[in-house]
Write a protein that binds this ligand. Structure first.
Ligand code: SF4
Ligand code: SF4
Length: 370
């Protein structure tokens, strides 16, 4: 019989697609979306994920603990199973359902009282496909698959699991996760973390940091003094937004109050009250002085930032304590206990500076002799 070959024609591009490169932009959209996604790589074995409850990991046996289905109580008439022992009633249903039945070794013995007792339940996990059919087949909800996925070993013998291990593993699994809802992932937050959904904080971080950098560039290179001051305000507000996204709401609020409002108001006053004020951004005389000072300030800020990152994992205020206490309380506690003396000294210096500024800035009144 001759084989008929059917040729399929590639759909032709529409004029819209040809002119506006729509496919190209669709492709770029996917690329850009993935560009901002968080990485989902985990550094195993240093980082270990907790899989969802329904993960098909190493097998285990549930034990007799009062939570058995009604079918177990019916079969219990024929079985000798004490509290805390495996629920297995040696019905072999799991073995029957398994595509690799030879991996099971199930044995039960007859007791003098006429009841049966399971004495062996071995599973050779080297032959297991982790399909879960055995779990579905069990009539007494005994055999389960747990969240344990570290089954590698140096010899084949260790890949065979036995009745006692299975009961222990089943008890441990139920203690940890019995009450957890049966969903695919542990919770939405973890799922989003794993699959790189961008949360509001990440988006805010990118928006605030981009605007802060753009505004700061205008502050340096802008020629119009009014726009420069407005850009400075914008930079300070964006930086305060960054503090908020990082959970440092106290520093963010202080940034707005002190810098974006109080300090900038001074700048505006100076500009508006001194008519001959001119921004001398490129005066060599000022540059000679400002470049080394700027470099020293940069070094200081870099040192403080690096030291801060290094120190952030030490001390009593770890992430958990901060989330419970709140940022303002933590800063207040440190300021008025450990750093009380430097805090008071700084207040005194500021007070002296303020009084000095008032005295120096006071206008000499002309005394008119009558
Ligand atoms: S998971 Fe599948 S292959 Fe493994 S023991 Fe159960 S039924 Fe058999
Ligand atoms: S199906 Fe359940 S009760 Fe039956 S032998 Fe397997 S584990 Fe035991």
């Amino acid at each position: 019989m001759a084989v008929k070959v059917k040729y399929l024609e590639r759909p032709k591009l529409t004029y819209k697609e040809k002119i506006f490169f729509l496919d190209f932009f669709k492709g770029m959209k996917i690329t850009i979306k993935n560009f901002f996604r968080r990485t989902i790589t985990t550094e195993y074995p240093y980082e270990k994920l907790t899989p969802p409850k329904r993960f098909r990991g190493t097998h285990a046996h549930r034990v007799r603990d009062g939570k058995e289905p009604p079918s177990f109580n019916v079969l219990l008439k024929f079985m000798e199973i004490n509290e805390g022992e495996s629920r297995c009633v040696a019905c072999y249903m799991c073995q029957q359902a398994c595509p690799m039945p030879s991996l099971f070794r199930i044995e039960a013995e007859q007791l003098p009282n006429g009841k049966k007792r399971v004495i062996r339940f071995d599973m050779n996990l080297l032959n297991c496909l982790y399909c879960g059919l055995c779990v579905d087949a069990c009539p007494v909800d005994c055999i389960i698959m747990t969240d344990q996925y570290e089954g590698a070993s140096y010899n084949r013998k260790d890949c065979v699991i036995h009745l006692d291990d299975m009961s222990k593993r089943g008890k441990d699994f139920d203690d940890r996760r019995y009450n957890e809802p049966d969903r695919i992932w542990i919770d939405d937050k973890t799922r989003e973390k794993l699959w790189g959904q961008m949360d509001l904080n990440t988006i805010s971080f990118w928006v605030f940091s981009t605007l802060a950098i753009l505004s700061a560039i205008y502050v340096i290179f802008g020629k119009n003094i009014i726009y420069t001051v407005l850009s400075l305000i914008s930079t300070l507000i964006m930086v305060s937004g960054l503090f908020f996204t990082m959970g440092a709401e106290l520093v963010g609020a202080l940034q707005i109050l002190i810098y974006a409002v109080a300090i900038v108001v001074f700048y505006v006053l100076v500009i508006s009250t001194v008519p001959q004020f001119k921004g001398k951004t490129t005066d060599g005389k000022f540059m000679l002085f400002s470049i080394p000072v700027g470099f020293v300030v940069f070094l200081e800020l870099a040192y403080v930032s690096i030291y801060g990152v290094w120190q952030s994992s030490t001390g009593i205020f770890d992430e958990k304590v901060l989330s419970e206490l709140g940022n303002a309380k933590a800063v207040g506690t440190m300021l008025f206990t450990k750093y009380l003396f430097p805090f008071e000294v700084a207040s005194l210096i500021l007070l002296v500076a303020m009084i000095g500024a008032i005295i120096l800035g006071r206008k000499k009144e002309d005394v008119q002799e009558a």
